[in-house]
Design a binder for this molecule. Structure first.
Ligand code: AMP
Length: 458
């Protein structure tokens, strides 16, 4: 998964892009990059790690111009190396081109093989690079037509931002899997994965970029161009609301916080528990746990505390064991838990390894009964549209029944939110892609059907 942001028609665009990436850091921590364009010349800086560590005033000064775009990358199958960091920059016949992509293309391997057979040379292993080649090879006249033609050949999930010279293009795939919002600032435009990025750069939300839409933005002039072939149905990702997006963002027209609270309330109706307190696994399930508490009347407590300074790659040299990674990240508040019957709300169960560790922590802190509640249905199938998920064999919900998972976690009771309950809680913003919960994939999985391994996502 990734976060993307672009700025057009505003001085010091790279600085705003940096701020946007800072707000979108939760969408990817593996690598970061910013490209800025001045008088048609694109300059790019990329680094592994976090935006705040990678950029400083001096580096941003090396990126002049009023057009800019940036990317934060999540670690995926393609490997975390710098060669897979974005923006991708190419010098092609229309000038300098830069591209950032969020999503996974489901025919990326098929297209890559075709392009390689025709002589294309790839610099990275990410699927996003095929879009660059398709644009460069298009025989259409204008960059806008070339981009539209290239994107019409690509299947699957893409929210993309592209600059050709100083002109910015923004597009979403016809299903609209991944979010992309448009904001206005000081006579220019900002486009970003989530509204929390608009808030930080001081831009006002205008609207979502629509599924299948292609926008052309030159300075402060915005045009919506003839877009892509519409999909049979829109399919924005419901997992963005469950886990991925920030709760202070609005995506799919919904407040992420309100959506999560609605999931928590519905969960309390479907899976009630007799308990003394309810708490979240911070931070991703805070809103859902509040919703559970509001609906059930069970007091909300802070039973688990998260250490915010844990890097993703932290490995302690001496301590090992199943629970240790969890213990680095979370600790239990004994004063809250001792002698209590507790409800623990988590947003989702993926592998189940975090929850197992959490339950032993909670028991050791003296909880009398542990009732685990999940504010989404069992994750049954991998995502091929950009959320980094393990294989089916590693998904606990696809391998074990709810009773077996309860025993595996060692809890007194376990309850999931139903798929119907989850969708009804946010029905006005759907319909959604729920493939990870249902196994029903709205866009064809072309690479997979042809026997390729899942692509590395952009
Ligand atoms: P586990 O069940 O141990 O795999 O961990 C599940 C927890 O990880 C969930 O409660 C989420 O907060 C978080 N999570 C869910 N999906 C993802 C994902 N695709 N990448 C990283 N963390 C995730």
């Amino acid at each position: 998964m990734c976060g993307i942001v672009a700025v057009s028609g505003i001085d010091h665009a790279a600085e705003l892009t940096f701020l946007g990436l800072y707000a979108l850091q939760h969408r990817g921590q593996e690598a970061v990059g910013i490209c800025a364009v001045e008088d048609g010349t694109a300059r790019v800086l990329k680094a592994t790690g976090l935006a705040a560590d990678a950029f400083d005033d001096e580096k941003l000064k090396r990126l002049p111009g009023r057009t800019s775009l940036g990317h934060t990358r999540y670690s995926t199958a393609g490997g975390p190396g710098l060669e897979n960091a974005q923006p991708l920059v190419a010098r092609y016949h229309q000038g300098d081109l830069a591209l950032v992509h969020n999503g996974t293309i489901t025919n990326g391997q098929v297209l890559r093989e075709e392009l390689v057979r025709e002589g294309a040379i790839f610099q990275s292993t990410i699927d996003s690079e095929v879009i660059v080649h398709l644009i460069a090879r298009s025989r259409r006249e204008t960059p806008a037509e070339q981009i539209a033609e290239a994107l019409s050949r690509v299947v699957g999930a893409f929210s993309v931002l592209i600059t050709v010279g100083d002109v910015l293009y923004a597009a979403r795939d016809p299903w609209g899997f991944r979010p992309l919002v448009l904001g206005r600032k000081a006579g220019g435009y900002v486009v970003a994965s989530e509204t929390c990025a608009l808030d930080l750069v001081g831009a006002t939300y205008v609207r979502d970029v629509e599924p299948g839409e292609l926008l052309r933005i030159e300075g402060d002039r915005l045009e919506s161009l003839p877009g892509l072939e519409p999909a049979s149905r829109k399919a924005p990702c419901i997992f963005e609301l469950v886990y991925f997006a920030r709760p202070d963002s609005r995506i799919w027209g919904a407040s992420v916080d309100r959506a999560r609270r609605a999931f928590g309330r519905q969960l309390a109706k479907e899976q009630p528990a007799d308990a003394d307190c309810v708490f979240s696994v911070p931070d991703s399930s805070n809103s859902a746990a509040l919703g559970f508490s509001e609906e059930s009347g069970i007091p909300f407590e802070l039973g688990l505390i998260r250490n915010h300074y844990v890097g993703r790659t932290f490995i302690h040299p001496t301590q090992e064991g199943r629970d240790f990674r969890v213990r680095i990240k979370y600790n239990a508040v004994r004063e809250v838990l001792e002698g209590k019957r507790v409800v623990v709300v988590d947003d989702s169960l993926v592998r189940g390894t975090t929850s197992r560790g959490l339950v032993s922590l909670i028991r050791e802190a003296g909880a009398k009964e542990v009732h685990f509640r999940i504010a989404s249905p069992p994750v049954l199938s991998p995502c091929y549209y950009g959320i980094d998920m393990p294989t089916k064999e590693e998904l606990i919900g696809s391998q074990l029944s709810v009773d077996e998972i309860r025993d595996r976690l060692g809890v007194d009771s376990l309850g999931y939110l139903s798929l119907e309950g989850m969708e009804s809680a946010v029905a006005e913003f759907g319909p959604f892609c729920n493939a990870c919960f249902s196994g029903r994939y709205p866009a064809p999985l072309i690479d997979l059907e042809r026997g390729y391994a899942a692509a590395s996502c952009g």
